[in-house]
Design a protein around this ligand. Structure first.
Ligand code: KG4
Ligand code: ZN
Length: 346
């Protein structure tokens, strides 16, 4: 069976052709076309521009993926498309493209939850030279997934396969959003996560003295909710007090901010481990590209002897492989009439 995956929830137009045969998966083609350079001048993603770019790029990328993978479109068996959460104008472009193609090819369209996609992106092992991966990582239940992206910060419990329950989430900014906003305050380009991470890493390597202190929000709250907007405001107040900021001060803030976020994430996940039987840990979403946060979770996993699954590099951010994967696993029911749902949840 060949699934065409389509992802247009934010500023990446992504397509994937995924083959599933006798229990094995093979990536026939996988394209992620980023619009970051276009959105950078707005300091964030501008929804109407994203929509226009998706509409322009989808047919071009579709032709390209067929040609590069040497697949006839008649060989595609189903289409999987992100229907939320995300920017609705952007989501609609992928959905309409998928629905039109499904009519033309007379094949089903399966709507996929972007966040479920991020969970599955962590279950894909390193592909071999032939871009084949045997099967998905076998996980033991109950499993806990922490999803950290530009729009979400969620702790999700899975009692069994494809059964999701949200244990905690953010009451304001998502982790990635906080990285992006703090980066903007420090005059670093969008997206801010990789930029902050780069200078924080250097500050650690250089043993730069830690003079600036930031709060650890919600560390002592009794539940599993997060809040990152206070941390962002703390950075703003810190900056207001500094005249003529030096490069060292910028680096100090970046590292202290990253430390704060990491401590809070780890603290909440420790709480989850204390309160629940957990046999598998999964972390997904764009922010898990962050080396410091990755290392902290690897330590947590070792200290508690719980296997940890993280996405390989190239699959941390938005991509259509994760969407094609979920679309391959889901039953091909009649989903006719499904819509874009900006706030789609588990
Ligand atoms: O999952 P994703 O690609 O898109 C959404 O679904 O939101 O996540 C994007 C987010 C952005 O906020 C970006 O700044 C953040 O992931 N990010 C990082 C790093 N790389 C990307 N945050 C911290 N450290 C990084 N290395
Ligand atoms: Zn995402």
């Amino acid at each position: 069976m060949i699934t065409l995956g389509i992802e247009t929830s934010c500023d990446e137009t992504a397509l994937c052709l995924l083959e599933y045969k006798e229990g094995k998966y093979k990536v026939l083609g996988n394209i992620v076309h980023s619009q970051i350079d276009l959105h950078r001048e707005f300091g964030g993603v501008f929804p109407m521009l994203a929509k226009r770019e998706h509409i322009k790029n989808l047919p071009i990328l579709y032709e390209k993926i067929l040609k590069d993978s040497n697949i006839d479109e008649k060989d595609i068996d189903r289409i999987a498309v992100t229907n939320g959460p995300g920017l609705e104008p952007a989501l609609w472009t992928g959905i309409l493209f998928a629905k039109e193609l499904s009519k033309k090819l007379d094949i089903p369209v399966i709507p996929v939850n972007h966040m479920e996609g991020h969970i599955f992106a962590s279950l894909i092992g390193e592909p071999d030279d032939k871009k084949e991966f045997q099967k998905l990582r076998d996980i033991e239940f109950p499993a806990i997934a922490l999803l950290i992206s530009g729009g979400h910060t969620e702790i999700v419990k899975m009692e069994q396969k494809e059964k999701y329950e949200i244990l905690g989430s953010t009451v304001d900014d998502a982790v990635g959003e906080a990285f992006d906003k703090v980066a903007r305050m420090l005059n670093l380009p969008y997206p801010g996560g990789p930029e902050i991470s780069k200078i924080a890493e250097k500050a650690r390597k250089d043993n730069l003295e830690n003079k600036i202190k930031l709060p650890r929000p919600m560390l002592h709250s009794k539940d599993l909710t997060f809040s990152f907007s206070g941390l962002k405001t703390a950075v703003l107040y810190t900056l207001k007090k500094i005249e003529n900021i030096s490069q060292d001060q910028i680096s100090d803030i970046a590292r202290e901010f990253e430390d704060s976020v990491t401590e809070v994430l780890i603290h909440k996940m420790k709480k989850v481990l204390d309160e629940n039987e957990v046999k598998t840990l999964i972390i997904g979403g764009g922010v898990i590209a962050n080396t410091h946060i990755r290392k902290a979770f690897e330590k947590l996993s070792n200290d508690n002897s719980i296997p940890l699954y993280l996405p390989e590099s190239g699959l941390t951010g938005d991509n259509a492989l994760m969407i094609a994967l979920v679309g391959t696993i889901k039953p091909s029911n009649d989903y006719e009439g499904f819509r874009a749902e900006g706030n789609l949840s588990f």
